[in-house]
Design a protein around this ligand. Structure first.
Ligand code: ZN
Length: 156
């Protein structure tokens, strides 16, 4: 009975689209939904996964295959090791930065980001445990490699 009520509370914050089920309630700075059940406050996607598949095994994390942090569609979520999840996130951060660089000057080598994208970058860095400089350095390397026409995608 209590469980049913909680699920109903949860559903009030879910906007189901044809693909992702978007969380419209409280979110953390990285864009993940947050939901409280009794004294336990946890990621909305974690609740969604548990209610569908059962308890999340110790030390495991929930990965969004759809790359949409606010999504709580259980069919878009997979359980992965912490290490794997971090790799996925780093790969995503790296991908995203490419699209957000607004200018590169080659002499001296500098990257221009809009203020909005700088904030985005800091959020990604906080998420992956890397520094914003590390993320930018990697994006610049990729940009330069492509510019030189030698870019070959060898990422996973
Ligand atoms: Zn999704």
């Amino acid at each position: 009975m209590i469980e049913t009520k909680r699920r109903a509370d949860f559903e009030r914050f879910v906007n189901r689209t044809d693909t992702c089920w978007l969380w419209v309630g409280a979110k953390n700075p990285a864009g993940y939904g947050v939901f409280r059940v009794g004294p336990v406050r946890a990621g909305a996607h974690r609740w969604a996964w548990q209610w569908t598949h059962g308890p999340i095994p110790e030390g495991m994390q929930i990965h969004h295959q759809c790359r949409t942090p606010a999504c709580v569609n259980p069919s878009h979520l997979t359980v992965v090791t912490r290490r794997r999840n971090l790799q996925n996130r780093r790969f995503d951060s790296w991908q995203g930065i490419d699209d957000r660089i607004t200018g590169v000057s080659h002499e001296p080598l500098t990257v221009t980001l809009t203020p909005e994208h700088s904030a985005w970058l800091r959020a990604r860095a906080a998420e992956t445990g890397e520094t914003a400089d590390e993320l930018v350095a990697r994006a610049m390397y990729r940009y330069m490699a492509r510019w030189l026409g030698r870019w070959k995608d060898t990422s996973e």
